[in-house]
Design a protein around this ligand. Structure first.
Ligand SMILES: Cc1ncc(C[n+]2csc(CCOP(=O)(O)OP(=O)(O)O)c2C)c(N)n1
Ligand SMILES: [Mg+2]
Length: 322
């Protein structure tokens, strides 16, 4: 079943928030105000939003090095996110983690993760905890095509399938792992096909169609909640920007390939869909939504800039759990 028009507009707002957040993060990174590394999710927004729109607040997700979209889609606070990127004390990790380490257990966001494939095993553990709890919670792992070649992917799918854990494995196949094309490292094009080796459903979905992602995720979530076990969903998508915002890294992707994918903009597609359904979105409403999103980003930047940096003597605090 398709989400209501109201729900679809909310999904649009979230996708636009991810895009505007990262456009600003990129600008401020290049302007020298944001430190560390920033990996942009722009172009892939429909995956995080499509999946998270099927989840409850207490369902848990785990993210990757490209994690802003997952955080926003799960309901993270933009002020605290931006403050973290700015390295300020008011950030999610008190300014000591940066872009790749944002977590918010209160909304079921177990964390971004700089270790490729690292999150897959963690979320499988969260799935086991959910199964033992017996409250119907599910756990979702987002990871890339590159991560699907790492050991934790195979070990986690195997044990999750054997124990029928309530886990959804969401592969964001954007065709590249940093500078390496998936074609060079995958003998088989479809990652979803690997699911059959573990006896679970493997689903391929257009990752730039938020409603298609929502539909596939809703089915997987229902299956997990019913105790029938995990699903692997492969979302075919593409990142618009280079692997990271670092300027010294090459981008070997062919120009014509980038152009093809720019035309599949997931946000423009939902806008067009809503506009084509009479009365569901007007130009004026869309412009107003964007203005509101930009105001929220501006506010988050203001919050970050007015927050203090962490004190040097706090560097070793929070290293170990008390
Ligand atoms: C275990 C590990 N190996 C290598 C790296 C370096 N690295 C960071 S991102 C990345 C590519 C990941 O590709 P993919 O899983 O497809 O995710 P994408 O960046 O495309 O979203 C690599 C190799 C790392 N962070 N961790
Ligand atoms: Mg990739």
């Amino acid at each position: 079943m398709q989400p209501s028009p109201e729900r679809q507009r909310e999904m649009l707002r979230q996708m636009q928030t991810i895009r505007r957040f990262e456009e600003r993060a990129s600008d401020d990174y290049h302007g020298g105000a944001i430190y560390g590394v920033v990996h942009c999710y722009i172009g892939e927004e429909a995956v995080a939003v499509g999946v998270c729109s099927t989840l409850n607040r207490d369902d848990q997700i785990i993210s990757t090095h490209r994690g802003h979209g997952h955080c926003i889609a799960k309901g993270a606070d933009l002020n605290r996110m931006m403050a973290e990127l700015y390295g300020r004390e008011t950030g999610y990790c008190k300014g000591k983690g940066g872009s790749m380490h944002i977590a918010d257990f209160g909304i079921g966001m177990l964390g971004a993760n700089g270790i490729v494939a690292g999150g897959i095993a963690i979320v499988t553990g969260a799935g086991l905890a959910a199964q033992l709890d017996g409250k119907g919670r599910v756990a979702v792992s987002f990871f890339g095509d590159g991560a699907s070649n790492a050991g934790p992917f195979h070990e986690s799918l195997n044990i999750a399938a054997a124990w029928k854990l309530p886990v959804i494995f969401v592969c964001e196949n954007n065709l590249y792992a940093a500078q390496t094309s998936a074609a060079e490292t995958h003998a088989q094009e479809d990652i979803a096909a690997r699911a059959h080796g573990y006896g679970i459903p493997g689903v391929i979905v257009d990752g730039n169609d938020v409603l298609a992602v929502h539909g596939a995720a809703a089915k997987a979530v229902a299956r997990a909640r019913a105790g029938e076990g995990p699903t692997l969903i492969e979302c075919k998508t593409y990142r618009w920007r280079r692997h990271t915002e670092r300027v010294n890294q090459p981008d070997f992707r062919p120009e014509h390939e980038i152009e093809v994918w720019l035309k599949k903009d997931p946000i423009a597609r939902l806008v067009a869909h809503l506009k084509s359904q009479q009365g569901q979105l007007t130009d004026a409403e869309w412009q107003e939504m964007d203005r509101q999103v930009l105001r929220g980003i501006e506010e988050a930047v203001g919050f970050a800039k007015s927050s203090p940096f962490p004190k040097p003597e706090a560097a070793l605090e929070d290293v170990f759990a008390s």
